[in-house]
Design a binder for this molecule. Structure first.
Ligand code: C5P
Length: 319
C-alpha cells in the first residue's frame, strides 16, 4: 500500500517498483526500439496551468488525413472519414468518462455514474456486457491498438464491441514519425484491415492516429519527468485521456490512478495478474500517471474511493 499512497500524493518513483519491473524498464531503455532521440529540455517544476497549456498547444489530436506520402498516392484522402475527429462534436461535449480496463474497477459500482456522462471512452476489447454494474454500458469511442485489428482472436470484423462506436486506432511508429518507414514496417499491419473496414463500413467514423501526435505526447511526459522514461509510446489510456480533453469540457477518468481497490489483476474482464499492467513495463505508464495526478482537479476522496481523476477540457483552459 505504501506505493499507492505515494502515487496519490504524486511522489512515487520507479525505484519503488519491484525488481522485475525495474529490470524491464531498463531493458527497454537499452533497446530503444523506436529510435527515440529526446532533444527537449527537462523542466519539471511546471504548474498545473502551465502543464495544461503545454499539452493543449503542443499535442493537438491529429489523425491520418491522407494528404501526406505515402497515403496521398494511395487514395487515402477519399478513404478516411470526410468529417475529422475534431469536428464530430464541434461544439464540444459537456462531460465525458474515460474508463480504464483495470481489475481495480471490479466491485466499484461505478456503472451508473459512468453512464451519466455525455460520452464514454473505452479501450481495446474491454466489454461492458456482464460488467454493467461496475463499468456501465454506454460506449461512444473505442481506442484500439493495432493488435486488435490484426489478431484474429479479437474478431475485429464481426464483434459487436467495434460496431456503433467511433473507432480510433494506433500503432507504434518510429520516433521520427516518418510515414513511409512506418507504412513499410508497422508494429502490426493495421493498414490493410483499416482499408477493408472503411470500404465495408463507410459510415462508421474510424480514424488512425498520426504518429506525430503520439510522440509529441511522449516528449511532454519526458520533459516533465526527472527520471529517464521508457522510449516507447504512451499507453492507450494516456492517449485516450488527451483525446477526451480535446473533445469535452470536463473529463472524468476512472481507475487510471488506482483506488483503494488496487489489485494486480490486469483487466476486469480477464483472469490474468501482472503489476506491469498498472505500473508499466513497455509503456511509460507510471510517469503518465504522475503527470495526470498533477492535473487532477477532483477530490482526494474521489481518487481514493473511485479511482477518479477530474480534468478540465482544453476549451476551458485559458493560456
Ligand atoms: O490493457 P489495455 O491497453 O487495453 O488497457 C487500456 C488502458 O488502461 C491502458 O493503456 C492503461 O493506460 C490503462 N490500464 C491501467 N491499469 C491496468 C490496466 C489498464 O492503468 N491494470
Amino acid at each position: 500500500r505504501a506505493f499507492l499512497y505515494r502515487l496519490w500524493k504524486g511522489n512515487a518513483s520507479s525505484k519503488m517498483l519491484n525488481p522485475r519491473l525495474q529490470k524491464a524498464m531498463k531493458d527497454y531503455l537499452t533497446a530503444n526500439k523506436h529510435g527515440v532521440r529526446f532533444r527537449g529540455k527537462r523542466e519539471t517544476g511546471l504548474s498545473r496551468a502551465q502543464l495544461l497549456c503545454q499539452l493543449r498547444s503542443r499535442a493537438p489530436v491529429r489523425t491520418l488525413d491522407g494528404t501526406e506520402a505515402p497515403f496521398s498516392a494511395l487514395g487515402w484522402r477519399r478513404l478516411v472519414p470526410a468529417v475529422p475527429l475534431s469536428q464530430l462534436h464541434p461544439r464540444g461535449l459537456r462531460s465525458c468518462a474515460v474508463v480504464m480496463s483495470a481489475g481495480s474497477i471490479l466491485n466499484s459500482s461505478l456503472g451508473k455514474e459512468i453512464d451519466s456522462h455525455d460520452a464514454v471512452l473505452r479501450f481495446n476489447s474491454a466489454p461492458t456486457r456482464g460488467y454493467e454494474k461496475d463499468v456501465g454500458n454506454k460506449t461512444t469511442i473505442r481506442i484500439i491498438n493495432s493488435q486488435i485489428l490484426t489478431n484474429p482472436s479479437h474478431h475485429f470484423i464481426d464483434s459487436s464491441l467495434y460496431k456503433d462506436v467511433i473507432l480510433v486506432a494506433w500503432d507504434p511508429a518510429p520516433y521520427s514519425a516518418n510515414l513511409n518507414l512506418w507504412y513499410k514496417k508497422p508494429d502490426y499491419n493495421l493498414f490493410t484491415p483499416y482499408i477493408q473496414h472503411r470500404q465495408r463500413n463507410p459510415n462508421q467514423p474510424f480514424y488512425i492516429l498520426h504518429p506525430k501526435f503520439i510522440w509529441q505526447l511522449w516528449d511532454i511526459i519526458q520533459e516533465n519527468t526527472k527520471e529517464k522514461i521508457q522510449p516507447n509510446p504512451p499507453s492507450s489510456g494516456f492517449i485516450g485521456i488527451l483525446i477526451m480533453m480535446s473533445m469535452c469540457r470536463e473529463v472524468h477518468v476512472y481507475e487510471y490512478i488506482p483506488s483503494v481497490r488496487q489489485t494486480e489483476l490486469c483487466h476486469y474482464h480477464e483472469l490474468y495478474y501482472d503489476a506491469a499492467c498498472t505500473l508499466g513495463a513497455y509503456h511509460p505508464l507510471l510517469y503518465e500517471k504522475l503527470l495526470v495526478q498533477r492535473l487532477n482537479t477532483g477530490t482526494q476522496g474521489d481518487l481514493h474511493r473511485k479511482g477518479k481523476v477530474v480534468l478540465p477540457g482544453f476549451q476551458t483552459v485559458h493560456c
